[in-house]
Design a protein around this ligand. Structure first.
Ligand code: AMP
Length: 192
């Protein structure tokens, strides 16, 4: 049983979460709030379904951060990633665009009606954008052009977003450079 004071603190945090969870910046600050996760189960009885969804989102965001931190440990070990298995077709994917250097396929956990990953088939040191060297200029340009091709194929040329998560602070979880092409809904700014 938690004290009345702690209940109020949890409810206050929760109410802020409910009010502002639609904006990425506030979601980010909520991610770090231990009050919310500690007392979430105690206040569940007060919540409507939509409010519970925000709590789940805060919890999922926390998991993402932990996964990203763990992934970063072996970032430059040279070990193959899930993307190598997708390129070799060992793992199936829904391909949207392909040429000799670039592959684009649907994200398995879409964050928008259109969510496609664009990758260089050969990693060549590009575990993340932060590792880019001048010699990578050509492939980086090809990736951006492929993102545009994806947007056209998916019918979102009028409005789409290209995201590259770089490093654990940006929640990068796979260390093979990839561009997220997102669209099919109104995007918000700032992102989370
Ligand atoms: P990031 O967190 O920026 O490194 O993005 C990695 C992305 O890879 C996430 O959006 C995942 O949903 C996606 N992903 C992981 N495994 C697969 C898979 N087997 N097929 C398609 N997308 C995947």
């Amino acid at each position: 049983m938690i004290s009345a004071q702690k209940s109020m603190a949890a409810l206050t945090s929760f109410s802020l979460l409910s009010n502002y969870a639609t904006t990425g910046s506030i979601v980010t600050s909520v991610r770090a709030s231990p009050e919310v996760s500690s007392y979430a189960s105690s206040i569940n009885f007060l919540t409507a379904n939509h409010s519970r969804r925000y709590l789940c989102r805060a919890s999922a965001s926390h998991d993402e951060e932990a996964v990203a931190k763990a992934a970063a440990i072996n970032a430059d070990s040279g070990a193959p990633t899930i993307i190598d298995k997708i390129v070799s077709k060992e793992i199936p994917s829904t391909i949207v665009y392909e040429d000799d250097k670039v592959l684009a396929f649907k994200d398995i956990n879409p964050q928008a009606p259109v969510h496609v990953l664009v990758i260089p088939k050969c990693r060549d040191g590009l575990t993340q954008l932060g590792k880019a060297e001048q010699r990578h200029g050509e492939i980086l340009g090809q990736l951006l052009y492929a993102a545009r091709m994806v947007a056209e194929k998916e019918g979102i040329l009028d409005g789409f977003r290209v995201v590259i998560n770089n490093g654990p602070s940006a929640c990068q979880s796979v260390y093979h450079l990839h561009l997220h092409v997102l669209g099919g809904r109104q995007m918000k700014w700032p992102p989370g």
